[in-house]
Design a protein around this ligand. Structure first.
Ligand SMILES: [Zn+2]
Length: 143
């Protein structure tokens, strides 16, 4: 693919794990998502996510994480998180057969609602209360 920041360089995103570090490709309803992010360590140093055919830029403030996940997924993720042990959102995504980005965003939304806690990088667990569906009043925060 051509680098999306317009620098004109060509990026190679390897999807074949047999030939080195590989990205995972998810196709849903004809739209392509790639996981994890693409981060050039030379040249323009572009850092971005390909999510449902869109480019989401990754900045120092991680603003790509502000996407509001759908309520159904929030409830599903909350129900799948343990209250006693932290789990990485990638393995949670595998269990739910869901795109890892969306599980990460759901986990972050749960943290903002007080329904989950974040541990070490990418690790989350549920808190006992409140469950996400009992806290709809605070939705406007991050809609
Ligand atoms: Zn570039």
């Amino acid at each position: 693919m051509t680098c999306p920041d317009g620098c004109g360089e060509t990026l190679t995103v390897n999807l074949d794990s047999r030939v080195g570090p590989a990205w995972r490709r998810f196709e849903r309803h004809g739209q392509v998502t790639v996981y994890p992010s693409v981060w050039r360590d030379n040249g323009c140093r572009a850092h971005f996510i390909v999510w449902k055919d869109h480019i989401l830029w990754c900045g120092p403030t991680d603003e790509y994480g502000v996407n509001a996940p759908d309520e159904r997924l929030l409830v599903e993720v909350y129900a799948s998180l343990s209250q006693t042990a932290y789990e990485h959102y990638e393995s949670l995504a595998d269990r739910l057969d869901t795109i890892p980005w969306e599980v990460l965003w759901a986990c972050r939304a749960l943290v903002r609602r007080g329904s989950a806690q974040q541990g070490e990088a990418g690790m989350f667990r549920a808190t006992a209360y409140p469950s996400p569906s009992s806290n709809r009043g605070s939705l406007d925060h991050y809609a």
